[in-house]
Design a protein around this ligand. Structure first.
Ligand code: NDP
Length: 256
């Protein structure tokens, strides 16, 4: 298998996908995977250069159009403008992947207001803002998809992550409600809850903690960004058209 390639065959030609936080890590893998499947991809990131460089990687594959957009998902005005620019440049919107996320870990007793606010803002408010702006275009698309990247922290909690686990539990509740609101419009809304995935976010935990996590994970390894991207690809596909309001764990068995 070619490195960073999807392991399932899905044809997304004619679809337009938007991935937030696409500049690196899991978002980059998702953007490349959707692009390899033939979707035109809007790569959105607060770091516009990183977004554009992933878009360039997708264009170089020669299968799909891709454009990079600089956008802070917490900024309502920027989000509205970005969604409109995506629709104008790429001709619509069929698949929205809310992936942008941050951690600012710390134990509850020492957690600063700013640690709480910034994590809730990016992870939860950002998901809300992008979904609200994109919804009307997704409804028009017919059979559209919203896929939110949550975390097993939002399902089982994790010491040092009161802010992060609250934001991701919020994303899961948001997913379930929006799934019910948009079901009659044939828009499916699902969440993916990764365990520990080898990206810069996980590396911040340090080698020792990561070794412990591997030992606690029944499948005995960290996840790869492609492990998450392949599940997103499945949820984006026709094969997942009767799945909505659900959370799929991609965690090597850690959360059970
Ligand atoms: P990374 O930190 O590697 O990448 C996150 C990306 O999001 C970066 O490109 C970052 O830009 C961008 N970003 C951050 N803030 C904003 C913002 N306000 N607006 C737009 N873009 C922003 O994270 P991962 O790839 O590891 O994580 C991706 C998602 O997966 C997150 O939602 C995370 O919570 C979730 N997840 C990750 C796990 C893991 O173990 N890695 C486990 C479970 C869930 P910049 O580089 O400029 O900051």
């Amino acid at each position: 298998m070619e490195k960073d390639s999807p392991r399932i065959q899905v044809n997304l030609h004619g679809k337009v996908a938007c991935v937030t936080g696409a500049g690196r890590g899991i978002g980059r893998a998702i953007a490349l995977t959707l692009g390899r499947a033939g979707a035109a991809v809007a790569c959105v990131d607060v770091n516009g250069q990183a977004a554009e460089s992933v878009a360039e990687e997708i264009r170089a594959l020669g299968k799909a159009q891709a454009v990079g957009f600089a956008c802070d998902v917490t900024n309502s005005e920027q989000v509205t403008q970005t969604v409109e620019a995506i629709v104008e440049k790429l001709g619509g919107l069929h698949i929205l992947v809310n992936n942008a996320g941050i951690t600012r870990d710390g134990l509850l007793l020492r957690m600063k207001d700013d640690q709480w606010d910034s994590v809730i803002n990016v992870n939860l408010r950002g998901t809300f803002l992008f979904t609200r702006s994109a919804a009307r275009y997704l409804i028009r698309a017919g059979g559209a998809r919203i896929i939110n990247i949550a975390s097993i922290s939002g399902l089982m909690g994790n010491p040092g992550q009161a802010n992060y686990s609250a934001s991701k539990a919020g994303v899961i509740g948001f997913t379930r409600t929006v799934a019910k609101e948009l079901a009659s419009r044939q828009v499916t809304v699902n969440a993916v809850a990764p365990g520990f995935i080898a990206t810069e976010m996980a590396q911040a935990l340090g080698e020792q903690v990561l070794e412990e996590i591997k030992k606690r994970t029944p499948l005995g390894r960290l996840g790869d960004p492609q492990d998450v991207a392949d599940v997103v690809l499945f949820l984006a596909s026709e094969a997942a058209s009767f799945i909505t309001g659900t959370v799929i764990r991609v965690d090597g068995g850690l959360a059970e």
